[in-house]
Design a protein around this ligand. Sequence first.
Ligand code: GYE
Length: 326
Amino acid sequence: MRWMIAVALVALMGCKQESAEKPQQPAGEATPPAAAKKLVVGFSQVGAESAWRTAETKSIRGEAEKRGVDMKFSDAQGKQANQIQALTSFIAQKVDVIVLAPVVETGWEVVLTQAKEAGIPVILVDRGIKVSDESLYTTLIASDFVEEGRMAAEWLAKKTNGKANIVELQGTTGSAPAIDRQKGFMEVLQKFPDMKVIKTQSADFTRAKGKEVMEAFIKSDRANIQAVYAHNDDMALGAIQALEEAGMNPGKDVTLISIDAVKGAFEAMVAGKLNATVECNPLMGPLVFDTINKVRAGEKVPKFIQNKDQLFEQANAAQVIGTREY
Ligand code: GYE
């Protein structure tokens, strides 16, 4: 009898210990197989410079949570050095996959070679890179920024009858969207000899710098500014503020077009202060994790997975604003 109690006690203790270690596992359920182990993803994000970026972060983090992915998130505060450090740490931690939103296009060879050697696939999101060896990343999920630049220029040409002195607010120097949005825009301008970019400067994709740079443009060339092309909405919103403070009429005396199509841009269009915006979709969480699953299942994925974008203008802003998710 006594030994029976002892055995029962030991069994009970064993059970207790197990349930203390695995509190979430309901009693009686088998230990999950090794394959069901949580996926570990390291996500190196640029920062939080714009409303677009905040929406992207929310989408990717939200989807990770929904799918039970263990996501290690690192905010680089706009610095490539911080991203390289984050990637080095992800590699040391042996994450399953790295998701990288690269701040600039160049300078990734060394750290991506380390990821490759460690057998960790790298998925680029929203911005591309320039590397001599394309096998250093698996795929890029992004919009076509050159096309966005073209769309902006075509729209502006139509709006101004092919005649405008334009000031350009560029995104972060060396970043894919700044380079390509300028490229696409200038390509279309070739067809319109009376459309000229009279001033161009980086405002780093932020509203504060957009305002600052626009103030400088107004100071030096006020009478000549007829249009503003901003590489993102935040900078256009900053420019609107600068124009208003200078007693000018954004959306009327000065035509403004930007890129992203965030909520703030729709509000400015409804208020008549911004004329148009080209969408750049940041809601890529679901696509990112679907792609990760395919890559892990050994499926071949295209080198470039493109988000499709469209242009919105003042005329339909009020109608559309309620349907926008970011
Ligand atoms: O347009 C801008 C941001 O990389 C596509 O970065 C992204 C750009 C986006 O900060 O607002």
